[in-house]
Design a protein around this ligand. Structure first.
Ligand code: ACM
Ligand code: ZN
Length: 757
């Protein structure tokens, strides 16, 4: 009898270890290692991480890594794991540096069996990555910041893994919007989980200078803040030397190298505001409060410019331990140099051909400074244009050609082409996403990027060091938004740069995102969750119909979609979308997507409205529009009420309004002007038409159809459809003269778009 009870107890214990307690969460199923390892062989059995599990770390570097993961495991499990320099227990995680392994310097071998785990690598960095892989074999809850009760099981397997590329990077612009120390540290924590090893820190630009200068205190005072178009002050924001050192050390612990960028010879208006004598014209300058490219750049003919840049660079160099230093070099207009006597004298004196060679001359001066300090220079691909500095590494951003050319010339290259790797691009339809600077790059497109460009000589492939995703922050105002744009596309980049080409498989990556997202949740990362879009019609939030409206939904990757029709916010228990809707009466449809963890996307509201065709006017169609101009800055349409226009003219095309200045041209407060365009248009048949406008107000037949007042006009997501009868209709658009979030309305020339598609 006693024997029998013992057997029963043993049985119960075994059952509880493997199947009682929490059932495996759906997102924890399968192997979720990301980036995907080179080779993985599954074996039978499990290793159980317990209170008594011990790290074996035979030297100081390994001991530091063990401490890092002991602390992480402690947060999630509550266990205080031990550490020893020699193996004396079976339940151990043994870290060992071994020469001569068949992996590269960042690679590792991982072996998990039920009675022990071994990680071997040639370097501590390889060990660190082996440990990150081990974390990903545990339930996603291992990233939790407070203890979780679950079974900490690791499947038995062996992995041989190494990165395909040495350079696996993220860039962040902290000039347009500033991100504090805590934010940067949090990013380091999660980037390290995915084996990202470079962080390119864009520290200076026209709209702000974000690093202290001890030698030029006026920079700290003046260049670190701006008065925005709306009138508020942004800043002062900058990192002190001490803070920079703190971040560099924090990143180093996570095997991330931080590469500083000090931009030259363009994108320097913030510095010129403090040091106008370094410009061609002498100023006056304000820290720029609009985006785009400024014509005012450092004067290349002035020796003081080179002295200033040298001083700054020599202040910055000792703060960083990367062998690289980024000097910018992109988007430097030459129009000031063309007219500047000093710049022209420099061209003559140095026997340069033109202003492009003058730019290369400036870069070559800075290269000498960097070489003196044993730093390798990186520049954006424009540095190719007037002849490439001998030691330069090129970042190819305007496409792949710069990278191909530089590699064929024997230079190292980092691929960052906009079409695939710009994190400021839309990742879903603009009608459902927050406004961005433009572009459209889905997760799948980022994932599909191949860093070795077609057209590159195969014997030059070794010059492609890797790839980087860039996050410019003109339209990214908050840390939460910054994460929303970066994740999960940054994780796709991690797999693009780490995993072997033949291992990459987008469908499998998509599957793993549910698990990875729970890990990101533990770090409070606000990643993007696809929002439902229309599938077979345009994605608009106001849908007009006559007889019925079809709404079918899709997402940029497969997601469960939930909805409500009673105006309430959908939650994960709301009805699941399974088939298209056919509406025959007015409705409010609210939709959102749900992850396997239950986490949901933002809610999208679609108004569906039964209309009759708006009757046509008896007027004849005309090919002219009246444009009325009201000089000055106006924040509200009501400010124009009762005012007489300063000028009026007839124009054949609304795009040709007088005060449109072209994308990214300079616009100063004194140039602001509101424009009202009115006239007629005709439609060829009764129908439902698509209507889109970036104007503050758009009126059709005397009815307000679109209002964007006070919104960032560039991103106005207020497109709609509308029922119009065949014939002529009246239209009026009001565009206010102002600058909202760095976007002057006078950069836009599209007043409206009406089409039947
Ligand atoms: C860049 O995106 N201007 C490098
Ligand atoms: Zn000059």
């Amino acid at each position: 009898m006693l024997n029998c009870i013992k057997t029963l107890v043993a049985f119960v214990v075994v059952v509880s270890a493997f199947s009682c307690g929490q059932k495996t969460q759906p997102y924890n199923k399968g192997i979720n290692i990301t980036p995907k390892p080179l080779e993985l062989v599954s074996k039978n059995g499990k290793f159980i991480l317990k209170k008594s599990t011990v790290f074996v770390a035979g030297n100081e570097a390994l001991s530091t890594i063990a401490d890092f993961f002991i602390a992480k495991i402690n947060r999630a499990t509550g266990y205080a794991l031990g550490k020893s320099s020699e193996k004396n227990s079976d339940n151990s995680i043994e870290l060992a540096i071994v020469a001569g392994l068949t992996v590269n310097d960042e690679g590792y071998l991982l072996d998990v069996s039920s009675n022990g785990i071994q990680i071997k690598a040639k370097t501590p960095q390889g060990i660190f990555y082996g440990m990150q892989t081990l974390m990903q074999l545990l339930p996603a809850e291992i990233e939790s910041q407070k203890p979780v009760v679950t079974e900490w099981l690791i499947p038995c397997l062996s992995v041989r893994d190494e990165p395909r590329f040495k350079y696996r990077g993220q860039h962040l612009d902290v000039c347009r919007h500033f991100f504090d120390l805590e934010y940067i540290k949090k990013q380091m924590d999660v980037l390290a989980m995915f084996k990202i090893n470079k962080f390119h820190w864009h520290l200076t630009d026209d709209q702000g200078w974000r690093i202290e200068s001890k030698k030029y205190p006026q920079i700290n005072r003046i260049s670190t803040q701006r008065t925005e178009g709306e009138g508020n002050t942004y800043g002062p924001y900058f990192y002190t030397f001490e803070q920079i050192r703190e971040i560099v050390a924090y990143a180093r612990e996570r095997f991330i190298e931080i590469i500083p960028e000090i931009e030259l010879p363009g994108h320097g208006v913030a510095a010129l505001a403090a040091c106008p004598e370094l410009s061609c014209t002498g100023g006056h300058f304000e820290v720029r409060n609009i985006w785009g490219v400024a014509n005012d750049v450092y004067c290349a003919g002035n020796d003081a410019t080179i002295a200033f840049l040298t001083d700054i660079i020599e202040e910055v160099i000792p703060l960083f331990d990367s062998k690289y230093f980024h000097i910018g070099g992109d988007e430097c207009p030459k129009i000031r140099w063309e007219k500047c006597p000093k710049c022209q004298a420099r061209i003559k004196q140095e026997k340069l051909k033109d202003e492009h060679e003058l730019q290369s001359w400036v870069v070559a001066q800075i290269e000498k400074v960097l070489l003196k300090h044993n730093k390798k220079m990186i520049g954006w691909d424009e540095i190719l244009e007037g002849g490439l500095a001998t030691s330069a590494t090129v970042m190819s951003w305007r496409g792949e050609q710069g990278g191909i050319d530089a590699a064929n010339l024997g230079h190292d290259v980092i691929m960052t082409p906009g079409n695939w790797l710009y994190l400021d691009h839309y990742q879903g339809n603009s009608a459902v996403e927050y406004p961005t600077i433009g572009g459209y790059t889905t997760l799948e497109e980022t994932y599909g990027y191949e860093p070795l460009p077609k057209g590159l000589d195969s014997n030059k492939a070794h010059h492609i060091l890797g790839a980087q995703a860039n996050e410019w922050t003109e339209y990214i105002h908050s840390p939460q938004h910054c994460e929303y744009m970066a994740f999960p596309r940054m994780i796709a980049l991690a797999e693009v740069t780490w995993s072997a080409k033949e291992q990459r498989d987008y469908k499998d990556f998509e599957r793993r995102i549910d698990n990875l997202s729970v890990r990101l949740d533990a770090h409070n990362i606000n990643y993007h969750i696809p929002i439902p879009e229309q599938k077979s019609t345009r994605t608009v939030n106001h849908v007009a119909f006559i007889d019925s409206a079809l709404i079918d939904l899709t997402t940029t990757r497969p997601m469960k979609i939930v909805y409500t029709l009673d105006g309430s916010e959908p939650d994960q228990n709301s009805a699941e979308y399974r088939q298209p809707f056919r509406f025959t009466a007015n409705a409010t449809l609210k939709v959102r997507s749900v992850m396997l963890s239950g986490k949901m996307s933002r809610v999208r509201t679609i108004e569906i409205e039964k209309q009759t065709y708006a009757p046509a006017l008896s007027a004849e169609p005309t090919n002219v529009f009246k444009a009325e101009y009201y000089k000055g800055k106006h924040l509200k349409v009501a400010e124009l009420n009762g005012k007489t226009p300063d000028e009026t003219e007839q124009i054949a095309d609304p795009k040709q309004y007088k005060y449109h200045v072209g994308d990214y041209a300079e616009v100063y407060e004194r140039d602001l002007c509101s424009t009202v365009v009115s006239g007629y248009f005709s439609v060829p048949a009764d129908g439902i038409y698509y209507l889109s406008s970036l104007a503050d107000e758009l009126w059709i037949d005397g009815k307000l159809q679109i209002s964007n007042e006070g919104q960032l006009k560039k991103g106005a997501a207020s497109d709609k459809t509308i029922a119009l009868a065949k014939g002529v209709h009246a239209i009026k658009a009001i565009r206010l003269g102002n600058i909202i979030k760095g976007w002057p309305s006078q950069w836009d020339n599209s007043f409206w778009q009406i089409s039947d598609k």
